[in-house]
Design a protein around this ligand. Structure first.
Ligand code: AMP
Length: 406
């Protein structure tokens, strides 16, 4: 389906053309007509499916084809600053030929940023893309021009609940006009999301594009290691190939810091991103990584969802993610678009059972080559995980391996 078939204003079509989009992705095909009709939506879709354009394009169209006034028209609530910045960048591309304005509102410590945000929220930027905490602190000050709002979008809703934003989101919603269109997107649909949807959405159209499996093109491997073998193994893996872009995920910021320190000590081009690094520094590191000035980025899961970095050659899971679905998100950073990619996971003895849960989720046995002889023998893979009652699914959550199946 081409974008001409949606009946978009020519100025929106011009933006789409300048971005080089030719045909609509499945979520766009399903969501755009429903949003243009004014329906509420609950969409199950991961990053990489084109979901951002699926909600931004029809909203830009509706804003420019209805009466223009100085109110905030749309509020997009997202879990992280990075995602807010990324959506705002896409917004700028899509709305380039239209008069629609937007602002990301995500915090930052300096007063100038706060005053800019305050001004845009008072003057009524058309589209506000915000993280919950920061938006709430502006709302509490009383100057936010929100009474003419028509669209509320919750993106990565499951992530927001995981991060403890439920109450902030509900407080924001109480200050919005009751009559509005609501769009909720989430990679997964656990019971808590259904509950939230019931509170917010009115007779929503359901769209399900979830695929909980890494792309076939990703070559996945796992090494059984003792903790002391992890750094030498990473060093070995990096030495094997001349790769330009490597993303290494750690489960905690402490490990992220330690590993980045160790890699720098080895004179590798490495840096780190986690929540202790301030927003400006995070953006600088991310830009250096995107431009290939930096080859190795060590990050917590802050980066595993929502962030669109093309052409990553190798993803290394320095440890096994806590949630099996985070594995899919982490590995999804490689082999985007038409590229091929590689993902390597280091599994210590403690993590073996969790790793087996990932294999079950993706319904695939991941190749497990032995570690190189010079590192000594690693542990044997023997996940005594068959006792399913010990598995840690969140209460009420459907067993992830079977999500999305008919
Ligand atoms: P998202 O799932 O919104 O994070 O989008 C993933 C990537 O796909 C982004 O780089 C978008 O610019 C791109 N994209 C979105 N829609 C299309 C489309 N219809 N054709 C080509 N690329 C697209």
């Amino acid at each position: 389906m081409t974008f001409n078939e949606f009946g978009f204003d020519p100025r929106v079509l011009e933006g789409i053309e300048s971005l080089g989009y030719e045909t609509a992705t499945p979520i766009q095909e399903q969501a755009i007509p429903a949003i243009l009709e004014g329906r509420d939506i609950i969409g199950s879709a991961q990053t990489g499916t084109g979901k951002t354009a699926a909600f931004l394009l029809p909203i830009i169209h509706r804003i420019i084809t209805t009466k223009h006034d100085e109110h905030i028209k749309a509020l997009v609530i997202v879990p992280t600053r990075e995602l807010a910045v990324q959506i705002d960048q896409q917004m700028q591309g899509m709305s380039y030929f239209t008069p629609v304005s937007s602002i990301p509102v995500y915090g930052g410590t300096d007063g100038a940023t706060y005053s800019n945000e305050q001004k845009a929220l008072t003057d009524g930027a058309d589209v506000v893309i915000c993280t919950p905490g920061r938006m709430l602190s502006h709302l509490n000050m009383g100057y936010v021009n929100i009474s003419g709002l028509s669209y509320l979008i919750l993106d990565e809703a499951d992530r927001m609940l995981d991060m403890g934003f439920h109450d902030d989101i509900m407080k924001i919603i109480t200050s919005l006009p009751e009559k509005r269109q609501n769009l909720l997107f989430s990679a997964t649909m656990p019971a808590a999301i259904r509950q939230l949807a019931r509170k917010i959405l009115v007779n929503p159209v359901e769209i399900n594009i979830a695929v909980s499996k890494p792309a076939e093109k990703v070559k996945q491997q796992a090494y059984m290691v003792y903790d002391a073998q992890k750094i030498p193994l990473v060093e070995h893996l990096l030495g094997l190939r001349k790769l330009r872009s490597i993303l290494i995920f750690c489960s905690t910021k402490e490990k992220t810091k330690q590993l980045a320190r160790d890699l720098k000590r080895l004179k590798l081009s490495a840096d780190e991103i986690h929540s202790d690094i301030d927003q400006d520094a995070r953006e600088r590191v991310l830009n250096r990584f995107k431009s290939r000035d930096l080859n190795i980025l060590v990050a917590t899961d802050i980066l595993s969802r929502g962030i669109d970095i093309d052409d990553i050659d190798l993803v290394i899971n320095y440890d096994v993610p806590h949630d099996a679905e985070d594995y899919v998100h982490r590995v999804g950073r490689t082999a985007r678009a038409e590229a091929e990619g590689e993902a390597v996971t280091l599994v210590n003895e403690k993590d073996q059972r969790r790793f087996a849960a990932i294999e079950e989720l993706i319904e695939k046995e991941i190749e497990k080559p032995g570690i190189p002889a010079h590192l000594g023998p690693g542990p044997v893979y023997n996940p005594t995980h068959k006792n399913r009652t010990q598995r840690k699914w969140r209460p009420g959550r459907k067993k992830p391996g079977f999500r999305g199946k008919k």
